[in-house]
Ligand binder design. Structure first.
Ligand SMILES: *Cc1c(COP(=O)(O)O)cnc(C)c1O
Length: 390
């Protein structure tokens, strides 16, 4: 064999029988073959075999199986980002003429998908408040309502939807439910009758802010119907990214707990602070969402909290700019702490009236608490208050 040929046909480092790597390898291969055509047509090959990575890949498959089990469902399909998972679940459920419902308090790109993009495909929408169950029922009662996409808790104002009440309304009216469970996490909310869970794996799952991914999780039948669309759409998760997310998940439980404990410590500090008007964090005992979140989630309420600073928008920007340990950027669930001016970063598509209904002011600040020492973070907040109010 000439060297040029060898470069295209590498030797294999084969493991002896029974000799396994403790961490599974990354299957970087796009293609998988069999010795002959007949072996590629056996029932086992057809059900569980691999052919082309846009359809399926062993590393990505491992991540699909793990995330499905953590969420308490049969199966999952991984895609390239959290937004791709939102699109996949939405497109899999909608036809021209249908209506989709999302809450006013939703993550901005999801609102944009619903109001600006899906509308062009002939799909109408309604945008009630997450707390308006009566309004929701009226919308569900309209014939053309096909699906609801919502978050628990919501990004950025950490509002807690009543998932049980919402899902029973949806069931009663034949509306499919898509829960963006990115904030709740893979270990939470599995007990509810949700049809599709979507997650940005970019956040808590990967945990280190160095890789993007998304997943749709559902029962076998629903997922089986969605999978051909995912394959055809081609928003496949790269196996290298899947490997990094699998690595992140090894410490997921520890990190989610720590994120939650630190966020609660910061929320406590902020709610006693004279420069703070109001804190939004369901972990606080006097938060309107506390009781519901405590019933719906396990231990911990996640890393995100928002608060209204006592002062105008200019004061809030001063405060944000003065923070040293918090990077000013959107995103959540990675090792380092982040801060964002809520109206500027998450509400550009909302009118003043909609902002007011969503509880978003010029002085609203969102924190995504990282894994640093919480005492250091509190000291940083304190010095930034001093700098801003000086
Ligand atoms: C970040 C995020 C997404 C989108 O995820 P990407 O991986 O950035 O595409 C969707 N929903 C929520 C609640 C998020 O926080």
């Amino acid at each position: 064999m000439k060297k040029e040929t060898r470069l295209a046909h590498h030797p294999r480092a084969k493991l002896p029988r029974g000799n396994e790597s403790l961490v599974e390898p990354v299957y970087r291969s796009v293609k998988f073959t069999y010795e002959d055509i007949a072996s590629s047509l056996t029932p086992e090959a057809r059900d569980e075999g691999f052919d082309y990575t846009r359809d399926a890949n062993p590393t990505t498959r491992q991540l699909e199986q793990l995330t499905a089990e953590l969420q308490g469902r049969d199966d999952a399909v991984c895609v390239s980002t959290g937004m791709a998972s939102a699109w996949l679940a939405a497109l899999g459920n909608l036809r021209a003429g249908d209506r989709i419902v999302c809450f006013l308090e939703s993550y901005r790109p999801i609102r944009v998908m619903v109001r600006q993009r899906l509308s062009r495909l002939g799909i109408s929408h309604s945008l009630p408040s997450v707390h308006d169950l009566q309004g929701l029922e009226e919308i569900f009662a309209a014939d053309e309502t096909r699906c609801l996409i919502f978050e628990a808790p919501t990004n950025p104002m950490v509002q807690v939807p009543d998932i049980g009440a919402i899902t029973s309304l949806a069931r009663a009216h034949g509306v499919s439910t898509i829960l963006d469970n990115t904030f709740g996490g893979l270990h939470n909310h599995g007990q509810f009758e949700i049809d599709y869970y979507i997650h940005s794996l970019t956040k808590y799952a990967s945990g280190h802010g160095d890789v993007m991914g998304g997943v749709v999780i559902a029962d076998r039948e629903r997922l089986g119907e969605l999978k051909p669309l995912a394959t055809n759409m081609g928003a496949t998760l790269d196996p290298g990214a899947a490997f990094l997310i699998l690595r992140g998940l090894r410490t997921y439980a520890l990190r989610y707990r720590r994120h939650s404990e630190s966020a609660l410590a910061l929320a406590d500090f902020l709610s006693g602070h004279p420069r703070v008007e109001r804190v939004f964090y369901p972990g606080l005992k006097d938060d309107p969402g506390h009781e519901l979140a405590s019933k719906q989630m396990g231990d911990g309420y996640g890393c995100v909290l928002s608060f209204d600073l006592r002062g105008d928008g200019e004061r809030a920007w001063k405060f944000i700019d003065a923070l040293e340990l918090f990077a000013t950027v959107a995103s959540i669930g990675s090792t380092e702490s982040l801060v964002a001016p809520v109206k500027l970063y998450f509400a550009g598509d909302l009118s003043e009236e909609e902002c007011a209904r969503a509880g978003i002011g010029d002085n609203t600040v969102r924190l995504a608490v990282g894994l640093e020492d919480p005492g250091d973070l509190i000291a940083d907040l304190e010095q930034a208050f001093a700098a801003a109010f000086g």
